[in-house]
Design a protein around this ligand. Structure first.
Ligand SMILES: Cc1ncc(C[n+]2csc(CCOP(=O)(O)OP(=O)(O)O)c2C)c(N)n1
Ligand code: SF4
Length: 299
């Protein structure tokens, strides 16, 4: 079937990720959309390990390792340095996990966006600190079992709702903000193309399912990321210079279909799934409201 996905491969097939890793596909599609003239900054995370040890490398573009909290600071510096050398046509991309974005890197991210650097910040959201053994992050959804929210007699699963960094970036009025997932690569690539047309900071949050930490069979990664969108657990939207678009072109499914496909939610009883359903509905209504408010503002 013909697709609009660029043929160019900037990521080699050899890497050290687990089978079915959604984060590897996220990087592959991001690079296809970015092209060869790209510099990537990666903090401590699974992606710090995936390329392998020198002299091997998985990416066909320069990549900088940065400390866990410093993605925002590093892309600011890379951008300024490249601009001074006249290399203004290079894309500078921070590529960080949800722990490195929603939690420890949030300050650096917010600073880079506020200073208005012409950079991309991609958050690959596997909803946990996976590289260090599946710990809870601020981006882990309500109900999930992680190794720091284990489910024993106490039913100590994650009790707080997901911290949504894309929403925070909209509140900060970042010129381009979007959510995407690997189940819809053409949508993902189109969003990066839209972002490229915006001069200034760009933030894209990509849902990247993790079979190892979400406890589902590796061959189900694409299906799970599709269910996340259809169940509205992970809505797809775009905020472009003050305009907000919510993708409503999916046939909605009940949240239980998403939850039941992953063992990280296996322990949830009907009341707890109801809590999740209520949260999902409230959030969807809030996004519909935003669409209205932003279109009125711009009218
Ligand atoms: C300051 C600091 N604290 C803790 C660590 C240990 N550490 C390395 S990777 C990681 C988890 C990263 O999680 P996330 O950003 O979500 O990426 P993922 O591993 O899920 O790809 C942690 C805690 C570190 N490298 N530096
Ligand atoms: S733990 Fe998850 S995110 Fe990390 S490499 Fe394995 S599948 Fe990918």
């Amino acid at each position: 079937m013909p697709t609009s996905i660029p043929k160019e491969e900037l990521m080699a097939p050899g890497h050290t990720a687990c089978h079915g890793c959604g984060a590897t596909l996220a990087m592959r599609y991001v690079l296809k959309a970015m092209g060869q003239k790209t510099v990537v900054s990666v903090p401590a995370s699974c992606w710090a390990v995936i390329p392998g040890a020198m002299p091997f490398r998985t990416l066909d573009v320069p990549m900088v390792y940065t400390p866990f909290a410093a993605t925002g600071a590093s892309i600011s510096g890379l951008r300024e340095g490249l601009d001074i050398q006249g290399k203004t046509d290079y894309n500078v991309v921070g590529f960080a996990g949800d722990g490195g974005t929603a939690d420890i890197g949030l300050q650096g991210l917010s600073g880079a966006m506020e200073r208005g650097h012409n950079v991309f910040y991609i958050m690959y959201d596997n909803e946990g600190y996976m590289n260090t053994g599946v710990q809870r992050s601020g981006s882990t959804p309500y109900g999930a079992r992680t190794t720091t929210t284990p489910v024993g007699k106490e039913r100590d699963f994650k009790k707080e709702n997901k911290k949504i960094v894309a929403d925070m970036m909209i509140a900060q009025n970042v010129p381009y903000v979007a959510t995407a997932t690997i189940a819809y690569p053409e949508d993902l690539i189109r969003k990066i193309d839209h972002a490229k047309a915006v001069h200034g900071p760009k933030f894209i949050q990509i849902l990247a399912p993790c079979p190892t930490g979400w406890y589902y069979p590796p061959e189900k990664t694409i299906e799970i990321s599709r269910l996340a969108v259809q169940s509205r657990m992970f809505p797809l939207y775009e905020f472009i210079q003050g305009k907000f678009y919510l993708n409503k072109s999916f046939k909605p499914i009940d949240v239980s279909e998403y939850v039941k496909a992953q063992d990280r939610f296996k322990h949830l009883n009907d009341d707890e799934i109801d809590n999740l359903r209520e949260y999902v509905n409230e959030r969807w209504n809030q996004l519909l409201e935003w669409e209205k408010i932003y279109s009125e503002q711009k009218a």
